[in-house]
Design a protein around this ligand. Structure first.
Ligand SMILES: Cc1ncc(COP(=O)(O)O)c(C=O)c1O
Length: 455
């Protein structure tokens, strides 16, 4: 293309110009952002990005490859390496990753797959899609209580949940707070159980110096906008088992047996055996791409999402640092109010990268959760319930086939009294101090009201 001044405009120079403009747009928007206490909303979570993520997305859009490809490969390789795991795959969400993980454990291609009616120990204080795949695959969840303050599966209750049908433990590191993995793994080993770690909220959290997500057979991650890093929507699954990886990949990609890359240019597949394999019941040399070894789905993300993920992953150490700092400042500000709240607590060997800051209003506090949450929201501080609280109380779960081992005392407390506020890197020190001011104001008003009532 010839420009007015006579210079030849190549695609490369046009692309550079577009990316430069993208950066300018980011800078313009950045200038408009200013925190006004009481007016600006303090979200519990959100995207934290700069021109690099925007440029990565625009650059990828210009390539117009669209489906999962090079950027997906790059993200999986960077992510697996950082997590220190052998195999990984990307998905369109963390929920999908959980579905694939449980699906892989049920795959007929395993030597000892989970089968309908087998029991899986888990918690009822849950995000729904940690539990749902267990139900969707006909497995029976056996609920144990969580610990007070960590909101994690209470490892001391595992033994009481055991039966001769127990085959797996599925746990989430609640709000980024590591579960007691040494005890859980010891129990799992003793009873030959599979372990699935839902690490959707706990990217970059450690237990006993080891990353959450690297203890069990499989781990899952979410890159939804609220999470430690984001692709908008997205997820991942990691494992050190080649067979579990292959089953999860097959399930993600329509259930097909072939594990060559989508869009592979070699007509005979990357494996070189696309047309020369023999499968029982199928004609000789049936295209391996169209041989189905699992009953699968299509749960792939777009390459563009992965391009954003590649940039986000580079920022993870800084994000984690900010999450920890924000958590600590909030904790130091509220620890004096222990008479009103159950404060968040991490186990001695845990190094959480907190997803959020949970508080549970005590039953004898002079205010209710509803009152404090309403006050915070009115003052532009966003709150959330601790996911389902007790998922067994929810309308969709009333008739599920399940078993409960012991009483769910702390799960019920979470249902009735817990909520959380944000610690994500988009929350500045100024915002944290504003949050603490609002909390103090609410608590002193509540205390005054109580004194007034006593008069
Ligand atoms: C513990 C846990 N597991 C799974 C998910 C689902 O992730 P996604 O929203 O990417 O499907 C979430 C979502 O926040 C979560 O908190």
């Amino acid at each position: 293309m010839r420009k007015e001044g006579g210079t030849v405009e190549t695609e490369e120079s046009l692309r550079r110009e577009i990316l430069e403009k993208t950066k300018e747009i980011f800078k313009l928007r950045q200038q408009e952002e200013k925190f006004i206490p009481g007016k600006s909303r303090i979200h519990y979570a959100g995207r934290v990005f700069d021109e690099r993520e925007m440029q990565a997305a625009v650059d990828c859009a210009l390539d117009f490859w669209l489906t999962l490809g090079e950027k997906g490969d790059r993200f999986v390789s960077d992510f697996s390496r950082r997590m220190g795991m052998n195999y990984g795959l990307v998905t369109n969400s963390g929920s999908s990753a959980n579905l694939l993980a449980v699906g892989a454990l049920c795959s007929p291609n395993l030597a000892h797959p989970l089968r309908p009616g087998d029991e899986v120990i888990t918690t009822a204080l849950a995000f729904p899609t940690t539990l749902n795949p267990i139900l969707q695959y006909g497995l029976i969840p056996v609920f144990v209580d969580v610990e007070e303050g960590t909101y994690n599966l209470d490892a001391g209750r595992l033994e009481s949940a055991l039966s001769d049908r127990t085959r797996a433990v599925v746990l989430a590191h609640t709000l980024g707070n590591p579960a007691e993995m040494d005890r859980i793994m010891e129990f799992a080993k003793e009873h030959s159980l599979y372990v699935l770690e839902d690490t959707c909220d706990a990217l970059d959290s450690f237990y006993d110096g080891k990353r959450c997500g690297t203890f069990g057979d499989l781990s899952t991650y979410s890159f939804y906008a609220a999470h430690h890093i984001t692709m908008g929507e997205g997820g991942a699954l990691l494992t050190n088992s080649l067979n579990l990886y292959r089953q999860a990949l097959s399930l993600r990609d329509w259930g097909r047996a072939c594990y060559c890359r989508t869009g592979e240019r070699n007509p005979n597949g990357a494996c070189g055996h696309r047309f020369d394999q023999i499968f029982d019941g199928l004609p000789d040399g049936y295209d391996h791409k169209y041989v189905y070894s699992n009953i699968g789905y299509n749960l792939k993300p777009l390459d563009l999402q992965c391009a954003v993920g590649v940039e986000q992953l580079k920022k993870l150490p800084e994000f984690t640092k900010r999450r920890r700092e924000n958590f600590e400042t909030l904790f130091n500000g509220v620890k004096q109010y222990e008479e009103y709240f159950i404060l968040p607590r991490a186990l001695p060997k845990a190094e959480p990268s907190w997803f959020a800051f949970p508080l549970t209003v005590r039953g004898d506090a002079p205010f209710t959760r509803k009152e404090i949450v309403t006050y915070l929201e009115q003052n532009q501080i966003e709150t959330r319930m601790l996911f389902a609280g007790n998922i067994l109380r929810h309308p969709g779960y009333r008739n599920i086939r399940s078993r409960t081992a012991g009483e769910l005392i702390h799960t019920e407390k979470a249902l009735n009294g817990s909520f959380f506020i944000g610690v994500y890197p988009g929350i500045t020190n100024e915002m944290i101090h504003y949050i603490l001011d609002v909390l103090r104001r609410f608590l002193s008003q509540s205390a005054e009201k109580t004194v007034g009532t006593e008069d």
